[in-house]
Design a protein around this ligand. Sequence first.
Ligand code: SF4
Ligand code: SF4
Length: 81
Amino acid sequence: MILGRRASGYPGKGLAGRPGRNRRVRVDRELCSGCGDCLAACVYGIIRMDSRGRVSIGRSCRGCGRCADACPEGALTVHGR
Ligand code: SF4
Ligand code: SF4
């Protein structure tokens, strides 16, 4: 289940920033421009970018949605519950 791309679009105001054990973000590499904004947004420091600009989300993602809020391309979506 996709919860949303941005905090304002989530069911329940203020869900972003509230970590969930069963929540995780996914990246759509077709949309990603490789800007790197999500790396700075993740307070847990678990987003990585390889030398080709490919973003990967670490397994310890809490699905807080901060990176999705920061992504200018809408490439990050929060899944789970
Ligand atoms: S949703 Fe994004 S900002 Fe939040 S923990 Fe996962 S990768 Fe980090
Ligand atoms: S913020 Fe969005 S467009 Fe920028 S690197 Fe991260 S996923 Fe890609």
